[in-house]
Ligand binder design. Structure first.
Ligand code: NAP
Length: 254
């Protein structure tokens, strides 16, 4: 797998049918996002096994949950995750949230160790503030490859996007269609009509224009195809600015 993310990844939270994920892989999704707390790493592993696409073409990301961030637990639960996923190494392992057992000086060296041992290829963090990610960068031997945060037209993440750009970190956008709320936004209704596409595709195209990597989740073949096709939707700067200017700020996850 190259170190570049494809423009659109696949969120898998709540998907418990391996055939749906396998179908997404065969449709063209290459970046798969799961987490220990989603309790579906085995499902993702089964999908990788079933899909007619070599493991080497996939980018598999998972996350260590907050209660397993003591160093020994990081090592132990990551070994379990790799087992469930059926892979020798994960392409990316995130700290899921910097809470509970997270202690930067203790937790992050365990992530470096996993990388040195070849059990993970890259280290990521999720739901960090700009200060928290700065601290992580100071402690880690390896660069922070990706920062995964909630980002959609109702939550623009201007500061963290700038931080990611400045530090050569990928910003991965979760809940990119705001779990369906983008369909109720007049600006997106207008742009969808103008471009002859859906509001979900406008939201995803906007995230790509901003330089982030959206990971929409869908269990429906039609939506999966539609979301993948959003990578080909071009938005002029004026359209991007109209979405930037939406004033409602709404976060789905605290
Ligand atoms: N790091 C974190 O803390 C964190 C937190 C939350 C999420 N995530 C990751 O981000 C992924 C995506 O976020 P999310 O699952 O919260 O929300 P999302 O991707 O914004 O929305 C998913 C919902 O939108 C629907 N949908 C998807 N595509 C659609 C389309 N083209 N048209 C209409 N409806 C569509 C899906 O239903 P259908 O199945 O019917 O299509 C599903 O109900 C997660 O799966 C997970 O991998 C990470």
């Amino acid at each position: 797998m190259t170190d570049e993310f494809p423009p659109i990844g696949l969120g898998t939270m709540g998907i418990d049918d391996p055939d749906r994920i396998a179908a997404a892989i065969e449709m063209g999704y290459r970046h798969l996002d799961t987490a220990q707390i989603y309790d579906n790493e085995e499902v993702v592993g089964e999908a990788i096994e079933r899909a007619d696409v070599p493991r080497s073409e996939l980018f598999v990301a998972t996350k260590v949950w907050a209660d397993s961030l003591a160093p020994d637990d990081v090592l132990e639960t990551t070994a379990e995750s790799l087992d469930k996923l059926g892979v020798d190494a994960a392409d990316l392992l995130y700290v899921h949230r910097p809470i509970e057992a997270y202690d930067p000086e203790e937790t992050l060296p365990a992530f470096d160790e996993l990388r040195d041992d070849g059990r993970i290829r890259h280290v990521g963090v999720s739901n960090f503030t700009a200060d928290e990610i700065a601290t992580a960068r100071d402690i880690l031997d390896t660069p922070v490859f990706a920062h995964q945060v909630e980002m959609h037209p109702l939550y623009g993440q201007t500061e963290l996007l700038a931080d990611a750009r400045e530090n050569d970190t990928h910003l991965v956008a979760y809940s990119p269609i705001a779990q369906g709320e983008v369909f109720d936004l007049p600006v997106l209704n207008d742009l969808a009509e103008d471009h002859g596409v859906t509001e979900a595709q406008i939201a995803l195209a906007w995230l790509i224009e901003k330089g982030s990597v959206p990971i929409p989740r869908s269990a429906s073949a039609g939506h999966l195809r539609e979301n993948l096709a959003a990578a080909d939707v071009r938005l002029a700067s004026e359209a991007v600015e109209r979405i930037d200017a939406i004033e409602r700020e709404e976060k789905l996850f605290e």
